[in-house]
Design a protein around this ligand. Structure first.
Ligand code: SAH
Length: 196
C-alpha cells in the first residue's frame, strides 16, 4: 500500500478530515528503521525494537478520534515509542503542550531527536504511574495495553478530561465529568503490553 491508498482507506472508514490530513502530512517513514521503510504506509503495525511496535494507522486514528483534541490542551502519551503519534497529534492541533513517556531509552532518545520542539517533552522512564509532577492533564493516551486503566491516572486527569487506553483487547475511553467517570469500550484491537 502507498500513502495515497492508506489515506483513501482512512477516508472510507469515515475518520475526520483533520485526522486524515495529519496522516497525510506526517512522514511515517521517519519513525521506523531503514529496512522497514518500504512498508511505511501499510495499514499494519510495524516493529520498532525491543518488542515495541508503531501501531496500525487505523488503530491510531480510532484513538485520536476518541481523544477529542482541542486547542490549549495538555496531553500525556504513555508509551510514546518512536514519537509518531505525538507528531500526528501536533499536526492535528498546533496549540497544545504534549508529554511523552517511553520506557525504552533508545526509542526515547531517537524520538527526542526527531521531535525537537518546545511544546514537547519526552521522558525516559516507566510511565505506568503517569507523570504526577506535570498533572493534571486534559488528555491521557496510553499506547500499550494492560488489564485495567492504571488507577493513578484517574487522579492525574482534569475535570472534563479524557483517557484513551487499551485494556486487554479493547480500546477504553474514560471521560471525567464533575468527579464521575463514564466509560466506553470498543473491542477488537491488539497492543504491545504495558511493562510493569
Ligand atoms: N505510540 C508509539 C508506539 C507504541 S508501542 C509510536 O507512535 O511509535 C508501545 C510503546 O510503549 C513501546 O514503545 C514500549 O516500549 C512502551 N512501553 C511499554 N511499557 C511502558 C511503560 N510501562 N512505560 C512507558 N512506556 C512503555
Amino acid at each position: 500500500m502507498d500513502k495515497r491508498e492508506l489515506i483513501r482507506n482512512l477516508k472510507i472508514e469515515g475518520f475526520s478530515s483533520k485526522i486524515i490530513r495529519a496522516f497525510l502530512r506526517v512522514k511515517r517513514e521517519h519513525f521506523i528503521a531503514d529496512r522497514m521503510k518500504s512498508l511505511a504506509y501499510e495499514n499494519t503495525a510495524l516493529p520498532l525494537e525491543e518488542g515495541a511496535t508503531i501501531s496500525q494507522p487505523y488503530t491510531i486514528a480510532v484513538m485520536l478520534e476518541l481523544l477529542e483534541l482541542k486547542r490549549g490542551q495538555k496531553i500525556l502519551e504513555i508509551g510514546s515509542g518512536s514519537g509518531y503519534v505525538i507528531a500526528l497529534i501536533l499536526e492535528i492541533i498546533k496549540d497544545i503542550e504534549i508529554f511523552g513517556i517511553e520506557i525504552s531509552k533508545n526509542l526515547a532518545d531517537k524520538s527526542k531527536e526527531i521531535l525537537k520542539e518546545k511544546r514537547i517533552k519526552i521522558f525516559n522512564m516507566n510511565g505506568s504511574n503517569g507523570l504526577l509532577e506535570y498533572a493534571p492533564f486534559d488528555r491521557i493516551l496510553i499506547s500499550a495495553s494492560s488489564d485495567r486503566v492504571p488507577s493513578h491516572l484517574y487522579g492525574q486527569l482534569r475535570d472534563g478530561g479524557i483517557i484513551v487506553a487499551p485494556v486487554k483487547n479493547s480500546i477504553v475511553k474514560v471521560k471525567k465529568k464533575e468527579g464521575k467517570f463514564r466509560i466506553e469500550e470498543i473491542p477488537g484491537f491488539s497492543f504491545v503490553p504495558l511493562r510493569k
